[in-house]
Design a protein around this ligand. Structure first.
Ligand code: ZN
Length: 406
């Protein structure tokens, strides 16, 4: 496994050449017809681009392998295999580390519940993941770090837009930026992304909603948030806070929120708030896995609570359906069986409050990937934003990521 040679073309690449490289960035072989279809581009311009990239040593043409009807098709691929991605997610629900190919295939995944704000646990988990995948740090081309808050390319100074916020505990490990800690450990660049955005991309690109062009993914395990994926790419918005449905205003007399507003939706409608209510009502503590188990075994009282939660959520999402008209709404699948009940509640509210034509056209379902959504989402992010190109060309561009208020 090695990194791709620098094509030395970065300043002279045309738009079509960049698009062709993006189409081949997963390391798979494609025919000219497949590249044309993927880019919706004319054959002549794709062939021209491939020939120029071949002359520069960036792509290679393989002899015919397929025996399709008519003339056998030739395949094209990048000259060298793309490197692997190391993914670390550190959030309130625990630690996750994995090794993923850029095409989304997961080679290793390990989960831990140790302190998410100290480097030792995360780095040990990362080393377990590379050992499980039977690769070394040198095989890793780029690390993707999923954190509850925006961050940046490792070791690149940038604005601290959430300075002093409660999210700092996730982003600073023993007083150092988490990206620096991971980057130094692997000696590789690190791209940080909001953990909920990674899950949204994973479900939107690889999950049940993979055919939908516009997807709202609702994250629930910690707080109430959402990620927006349009055409396979994250929509972060001008302030990088797009999709923060937890901060929709619902109560003029509500509590002051960390975001600076008062009476935000998540304060009363969130899984942690629901767990507290259940604990109060039943005189014992409840966890997210209790919700999963209760939904799976058909415990009526818990199902009713989850369903009501889904309808409260759905009441707000119905408004979003009206002005955004998404093709799919996907519910956080890390809640297991409970996410199906919540999705049904959202469906009921959208059917009740959104105009029938809009309600009928939106697919509403639970996600299907669980925690794998984060790992696959990292691969989708790297491909959709051409991050390996940036790494290979030594880009110093500052990449700021998605939302941080939860
Ligand atoms: Zn708020």
């Amino acid at each position: 496994m090695s990194t791709t040679a620098d094509p030395g073309l970065d300043s002279g690449l045309t738009g079509t050449e960049r698009a062709v490289l993006r189409a081949l960035s997963d390391g798979q072989r494609r025919t000219v017809a497949e590249v044309c279809a993927e880019l919706s581009a004319a054959r002549s311009s794709v062939v021209h681009a491939l020939n120029r990239l071949r002359a520069a040593g960036v792509v290679v043409e393989h002899p015919s392998q397929r025996s399709a009807r008519g003339r056998p098709a030739r395949g094209w691929s990048l000259t060298a295999s793309p490197g692997l991605l190391a993914v670390v997610v550190a959030a309130a629900h625990g630690l996750l580390a994995g090794v993923v190919r850029p095409d989304g295939e997961i080679l290793a995944a390990v989960h831990g519940t140790t302190d998410v704000t100290a480097p030792t646990g995360a780095l040990a988990l990362l080393d377990r993941a590379t050992a499980q995948a039977e690769v070394t740090h040198r095989d890793i081309e780029l690390a993707v770090l999923g954190l509850p808050g925006p961050s940046l390319f490792a070791r690149t100074p940038g604005p601290d837009s959430l300075g002093g916020s409660h999210l700092r505990r996730f982003r600073e490990w023993d007083g150092r930026p988490a990206a620096d800690v991971v980057g130094e450990h692997l000696d590789r660049p690190v791209f940080c992304e909001n953990d909920a955005n990674l899950a949204a991309l994973g479900e939107a690109v690889y999950g049940n909603a993979a055919d939908a062009a516009t997807v709202l993914h609702v994250s629930l395990t910690h707080g109430t948030g959402a990620g927006l994926v349009i055409g396979g790419k994250l929509h972060r918005g001008g302030s990088r806070l797009a999709g923060e449905i937890g901060h929709l205003h619902v109560d003029d007399g509500g509590q002051l929120c960390e975001c600076g507003a008062r009476g935000c939706f998540w304060q009363t409608t969130s899984i942690p708030a629901l767990l507290d209510e259940l604990a109060m009502a039943h005189g014992r503590t409840f966890s997210v896995s209790d919700l999963d188990a209760a939904a799976a075994s058909g415990e009526l009282e818990i199902i009713r609570a989850l369903s009501g939660f889904g309808r409260s959520l759905g009441r707000r999402i119905a408004d979003f359906v009206v002005f955004f008209d998404p093709q799919a709404i996907v519910v956080d699948s890390t809640l297991g069986a409970a996410s199906h009940v919540i999705a049904d509640g959202i469906r009921a509210a959208v059917d009740q409050y959104a105009p029938p034509q809009l309600a009928a056209s939106v697919q509403i379902s639970s996600g299907s990937l669980g925690v794998s959504a984060h790992l696959k989402g990292a691969a989708a992010l790297v491909r959709s934003e051409n991050l390996l190109d940036d790494v290979r060309h030594g880009s110093s561009t500052l990449h700021l990521s998605g939302a941080g208020l939860r």
